[in-house]
Design a protein around this ligand. Structure first.
Ligand code: IPE
Ligand code: IPE
Ligand code: MG
Length: 256
């Protein structure tokens, strides 16, 4: 077996579980389910004259700082957009790196997540995804299945349209002739998880890029300027603060 790459030269130390100085306080109800589009690793590296790969490496501690911050804030479900069905369009070398890196991160971090009370879950398509990545995700799901502090969903080989089409095909294969919104939603990847309340995207891009198209119907959208390796729990808390100030009406009118 190929030796694991050495990632010990990461640009930042591992995040502590609780922020050393700040206790997060929010004026309002914290979102139950937050989705994060972790964007900007390549640009972060480019700005420093580094390879795109270095940008992805710098993202690792930020992912775990964000998970810790979500736990501190009281978020119950966190979905992290890790690799989209369109990311196969990148160079073979970058795809290979992202696959191996995702596999190794899950492998190395599963016990830390377990200690934090994280239930690890995976959302995505099987075909094309490296078997070793699927194996690590499924192992992590098994190890952490009884944890209840937070569900962290890694969206790997995930596409919103793919998820909807997979649901439709499941319905057709069962011979169902009619669906309702509720029955259709039960065929999505993790149908027990509630819809998104908040989607945060880093790097200033203002689009969904095929993320959770069904579950985002009434999500509040928040776009932060920092590139992902410069994010972390403080940026997440900023987004949650902005969310707390929004008025969610779901097509109705605000109650007096
Ligand atoms: C996000 O950063 C990571 C993945 C999509 C896997 P990018 O790699 O998209 O970084 P930019 O957008 O090119 O800066
Ligand atoms: C979205 O970022 C996918 C992930 C963060 C995993 P991209 O960088 O792939 O999105 P586009 O191509 O800018 O829309
Ligand atoms: Mg990008």
């Amino acid at each position: 077996m190929k030796a694991q790459e050495d990632y010990t030269s990461l640009s930042r130390p591992d995040p502590p579980f609780s922020h050393p100085e700040i206790i997060p306080r929010f004026e309002g109800k914290v979102p139950r389910h937050v989705g994060v589009i972790m964007d900007g690793n390549g640009r972060w590296a480019q700005q420093r004259g580094l390879t795109r790969t270095e940008g992805h490496k710098a993202a690792e501690p930020v992912v775990f700082d964000t998970i810790a911050g979500a736990i501190e804030a009281g978020v119950r479900y966190l979905t992290l957009y890790t690799f989209s069905t369109e990311n196969w369009n990148r160079s073979p070398a970058e795809v290979r790196f992202l696959m191996g890196f995702s596999r190794d991160i899950i492998h190395r971090r599963v016990h830390q997540m377990d200690e934090w009370g994280v239930r690890v879950r995976w959302a995505g398509r099987r075909p094309k995804l490296w078997t070793s990545v699927i194996n690590e995700l499924e192992r992590a799901e098994e190890i952490t299945k009884n944890n209840k502090v937070i569900d962290v969903v890694f969206a790997v080989n995930y596409g919103g349209r793919a998820e909807i089409v997979d649901g439709v095909n499941e319905i057709l294969s069962r011979g169902e002739k009619k669906v309702s919104e509720k029955s259709f939603a039960s065929h999505l990847y993790n149908s027990d998880i509630p819809d998104l309340d908040l989607i945060m995207r880093s790097s200033g891009e203002k689009r969904l890029s095929n993320f959770m198209l069904w579950q985002s119907a009434y999500a509040e959208l928040d776009f932060e300027p920092e590139l992902w390796p410069d994010c972390g729990r403080k940026v997440l808390w900023r987004a949650i603060n902005a969310y707390c100030r929004r008025s969610r009406r779901f097509g109705g009118v605000e109650s007096a």
